[in-house]
Design a protein around this ligand. Structure first.
Ligand code: SF4
Length: 298
């Protein structure tokens, strides 16, 4: 079997930063360190940090007074920070700077009096965090008749979740712009998501099947699977090699593999060891090395 490895794949700068924040916080402040929401949407990463002394909680109410809490990479609404402050906890913010950029856009356009439309997936942590910044309307591309009925002359700012499908988001933004001429469209899908989706699109030209390694709760991983399928290449999204052991891969001669922005490379290595390909080719080009500075607390 011939294996094609997509490039770029795996960790983005925001995920690397978030994991480093937790590791440093454990070193400096000792365990336990509480994490509001999964630090990134990957079970392997979450378990690894929990084994070192991190405790993941869904609500700030579950963080004991006087402890240390890290806010996850996806961002959180201001009310969560206010509640944390009232509990006298040390707050460390691991929100990805590219998500913070969207929060700042929401505040700016709200102050300018524009109506804000956010394209995103209802209930996703990033959307919950962004919607807490200002008053806005959510459009979920999975829901029907999702274009809101507003005054045609309304001044609008169109923002998006950072991990959506590039093609679907562009299609909705264009529909909105056509209806509401006085719209500003922000391109908020981040560099890592854009590059990984383009890499999968390219990979579909070479292979019969694409394996995406990552979590079902990871929006950007799910989008990679969808990208593959929308280009006619079947795809499986798996957490680890254990989930592929029941599938007969021998019927495929050319398999592609990629991973989402929160998937550690060790899971790709495990997959390669398991399938023992006769040949491995790299498809794509590395992305520019991007690093985000750590917060002062660590
Ligand atoms: S996927 Fe993009 S927005 Fe999300 S953490 Fe990574 S760089 Fe930041």
């Amino acid at each position: 079997m011939h294996l094609y490895l997509a490039v770029p794949r795996g960790f983005c700068a925001g995920v690397v930063r978030a994991i480093e924040i937790v590791n440093k916080a454990l070193e400096i402040y000792g365990s336990p360190v509480y994490i509001k929401h999964q630090i990134v949407h990957n079970n392997y990463v979450v378990s690894d940090l929990e084994n070192k002394g991190a405790i993941t909680v869904d609500n700030i109410e579950d963080v004991p007074n006087g402890s240390t809490v890290i806010f996850s990479a996806h961002g959180s609404p201001p009310k969560d920070y206010e509640l944390a402050k009232s509990k006298n906890v040390k707050i460390i913010d691991a929100t990805c700077p590219l998500v913070t950029k969207v929060h700042n856009e929401a505040l700016k356009y709200s102050k300018e009096g524009r109506k804000i439309i956010l394209i995103g997936h209802r209930g996703h942590q990033e959307v919950i965090g962004t919607m807490g910044q200002a008053d806005m309307i959510l459009i979920d591309d999975r829901e029907k008749n999702n274009i809101p009925k507003l005054n045609n002359s309304e001044s609008i700012a169109i923002l998006s979740q950072t991990t959506l499908s590039i093609d679907d988001t562009k299609s909705i933004s264009n529909k909105l712009k056509e209806k509401y001429k006085n719209s500003i469209i922000r391109n908020d899908i981040c560099y890592a998501v854009t590059n990984r989706q383009n890499a999968v699109k390219n990979l579909t030209k070479f292979v019969e099947l694409i394996i995406v390694v990552g979590s079902e709760t990871s929006s950007n991983c799910v989008r990679l699977k969808e990208m593959s399928e929308s280009h006619g290449t079947p795809s499986f999204l798996i957490n680890s090699v254990e989930e592929i052991k029941d599938i007969d891969l021998n019927k495929y001669t050319k398999i592609g593999i990629t991973s989402g922005a929160s998937t550690p490379e060790v899971l790709i290595d495990e997959f390669i060891s398991y399938i023992q390909p006769s040949k491995i080719d790299i498809v794509g080009e590395s992305e520019k090395d991007i690093n985000f500075v750590l917060p002062d607390e660590v």
